[in-house]
Design a protein around this ligand. Structure first.
Ligand SMILES: [Zn+2]
Length: 166
């Protein structure tokens, strides 16, 4: 997933005037000081994480922007008007070249550093892995050898594994 800077909106993107902070309910909102109507609520960005399960195991991939050796489940932004379940299928195809089916909702997780709401799905997938430009390496980990990691996607994998063992 590409990195984007969260906008500060010191100036109104609509009319160019300065913005000011206004407290609406419990949230500090950037509003246009010239009162053109612009307001920035900094709502969390929905991001779908996909636990891709192939007959050999779970696919963990290395993003080109990550430190060497770091691998994780794939993630992707929800497209405009897209249902997260469709995002899971689409991202599996786009990033790994695999046909995904049977998406199962795993849970919601918060990635606080990026203000992202992680919506985790598990899918079954088949086919030959072809990485897209965002990824440059992958491993398929047999489920019994899958180790979880810290952070929201690791928590999703932990919950998925715990549920599987029930
Ligand atoms: Zn304005």
């Amino acid at each position: 997933m590409s990195e984007f800077i969260v906008p500060e909106y010191r100036y109104c993107p609509q009319c160019g005037a300065k913005t000011k902070d206004r407290k609406i309910d419990e949230q500090v909102v950037k509003v246009c000081a010239a009162k053109c109507g612009f307001g920035f609520f900094n709502n969390p960005t929905p991001v779908v994480a996909v636990i891709v399960e192939t007959p050999e195991g779970v696919v963990l991939a290395h993003d080109v922007s990550w430190p060497k050796g770091m691998i994780s489940v794939i993630t992707g932004y929800v497209d405009p008007h897209e249902i997260p379940q469709q995002t899971a299928i689409r991202e599996t195809h786009e990033e790994l070249g695999l046909n995904a089916y049977d998406p199962q909702f795993v849970g919601h997780y918060m990635f606080h550093q990026k203000n992202q709401l992680i919506i985790a799905y598990a899918v079954k997938a088949q086919g030959e892995i072809t990485l897209n430009h965002e990824l440059d390496d992958y491993r398929i980990i047999p489920i019994e050898k899958l180790k979880v990691w810290l952070g929201p996607t690791g928590n999703a994998v932990a919950d998925w594994l715990a549920n599987k063992k029930r």
